[in-house]
Design a protein around this ligand. Structure first.
Ligand code: AMP
Length: 266
């Protein structure tokens, strides 16, 4: 597996090959959820490139940024074993030559105000900034992202339209552990007891709890707070109680760690 630290090296690698490129952006601390995206890209494109970059522009909470797990050696092994062809590990100066202040503003409409956007102000502007920069550098034909971060997928879809970027975005299913907990790099910070309690999110989905009873269920099972639980239209993520085809969104905190998850209901 090739390892690149600069745009120039990627450009040379692109120019040396023909065929389609699939791209999987990550922030590292990789797990089987990330690897499922690599596998999907390997199936659908000629070459897969991942990136590992903890993007400061998308963290609204400095504590979350400082505590974000870093496991580069293990990440590289996992990518190699998954058959990833290349990985881009940029420095901030390579990715943002003009720094991370004064980034462009992206018109994301309501997606920049509801759910995650309400609780993490500026988060999606930061996501768009980094995805825009990374797509400029990597120039893939296909982009693979996890549906676990459903609003992020909707935001990036809008970004591609907004900037007329000709890249196909594939949203890939959420990978869970044996007890239903959605894999997440932040799970590494849960104690074993909290990890068991965190599975109540999945149990709530399986028991088809309505938002109010769902919230009570989480609060009775070790969660300190619930940011939102809502039934939404799956593309716009606007609240929707009437439709048969909806997605249930959940964001809640346990042990000071904020977990998000979702489940499609039809
Ligand atoms: P992150 O490193 O958290 O920025 O995630 C990188 C990509 O992996 C994003 O597209 C996430 O949606 C995706 N991802 C994270 N967790 C999972 C999971 N449990 N299943 C599938 N995809 C995931």
């Amino acid at each position: 597996m090739k390892q690149f630290r600069s745009k120039k090296e990627i450009q040379a690698w692109r120019d040396d090959h023909t065929g389609t490129i699939g791209f999987v952006p990550t922030m590292g601390a990789l797990h089987a959820g990330h690897i499922s995206l690599i596998t999907r890209s390997n199936e659908e494109t000629d070459r897969t490139i991942a990136s590992i970059y903890v993007n400061p522009a998308q963290f609204n909470d400095p504590d979350d940024l400082n505590k974000y797990p870093k496991t580069l050696e293990a990440d590289l092994k996992m990518l190699e074993q998954a058959g990833c062809d290349a990985v881009y590990i940029p420095s901030t100066s390579d990715l943002y030559p003009k720094g991370t202040h004064d980034l462009p503003h992206y018109d994301l409409g309501r997606l920049d105000h509801i759910w995650e956007a309400e609780y993490r102000p500026g988060h999606f502007q930061g996501v768009c900034a980094v995805v825009h920069r990374l797509l400029d550098v990597v120039q893939p034909q296909q982009l693979f992202m996890g549906l676990k971060d459903l609003q992020q997928v909707a935001v990036v879809r809008r970004l591609l339209t907004l900037l007329s970027i000709n890249v196909t975005l594939t949203g890939c299913p959420t990978i869970r552990d044996a007890h239903g907990l959605a894999l997440s790099s932040r799970n590494a910070r849960l104690t074993p007891a909290q990890r068991v309690q965190a599975c109540c999110i999945y149990e709530g989905f399986m028991r088809k709890l309505q938002p109010f009873e769902f919230e009570q269920f989480l609060l009775q099972n070790g969660f300190e707070s619930v940011d939102y639980i809502a039934r939404c239209e799956p593309n716009t993520l606007e609240p929707d109680d009437g439709n048969e085809h909806v997605v249930m969104l959940v964001a809640a905190r346990i042990g000071g760690i904020r977990l998000i998850d979702n489940h499609f209901i039809s």
